[in-house]
Design a protein around this ligand. Sequence first.
Ligand SMILES: [Zn+2]
Length: 262
Amino acid sequence: MNKYIKIAILAAAVAGIAAAIGCAKQESGSKKADSSSKQETEKQEETLPKREYKDPSEYGKVIALTFDDGPSSTTSLVLDKLEEHGAVGTFFLIGDNISDDKADTVKRAVSLGCEIENHSKTHSYMTKMSVEDIKAEIDYTNEKIVALTGRKPEFFRPPYIDVNNEMYEAIDETFICGYGCDDYDAKVEIEERVERTLKQAKDGAIILLHDAEGNVKTVAALEKILTELEAQGYEFVTVGELFHAKGVTPLEYAMYSEVTAQ
Ligand SMILES: [Zn+2]
């Protein structure tokens, strides 16, 4: 058995655990079916300033809040909360959701120190796709993000945390899962979202939330999550910054829900 296959099996096992702890399916309502307007090749308009990281020795207890399935009208509400608390997050965008009317929201996120990463184009089960189609999903969303921010994503969250070897081989970005609270499910109430998130919080954790259209319960939960984590002494960092703070170089054929110092 070669090294890559072994690592891939390990990664698949991690993915299985990750799915069990909160990266499972989500309601289809959060997906935008309409990929409508033909997006012509967009030119990069500007390069927004990149978030500046501190020296790794200057970080204390860190945690990375992440938000999937935007951009949507909910994204602005999430940004309001982050801004009020002087916090940052990482947004994993669905390419088909990146419409012209969301451009300012994405740029605002970057201006607040947030980072923008890749969550595919169509939010489909990608293990059923050809390598070509997998690459097309990633490239489309990368291009949309580069056009808006001038920065190419470094991280990828697989839709439904559905992964296989072909995806690890085809996608040149680090796979991220995280600890979730099923907040894609409208039936999960605000208090439960808060409690489950706080229970999973720890130094180096990646927290998985959703800024899908209409997900206002997560906005309400976020107020309490931010307040409580602040009180517990956490520093909010982006996913890229989390690896930097922990001095960890991401591995290929692996998926991360937390990052701890090597
Ligand atoms: Zn998603």
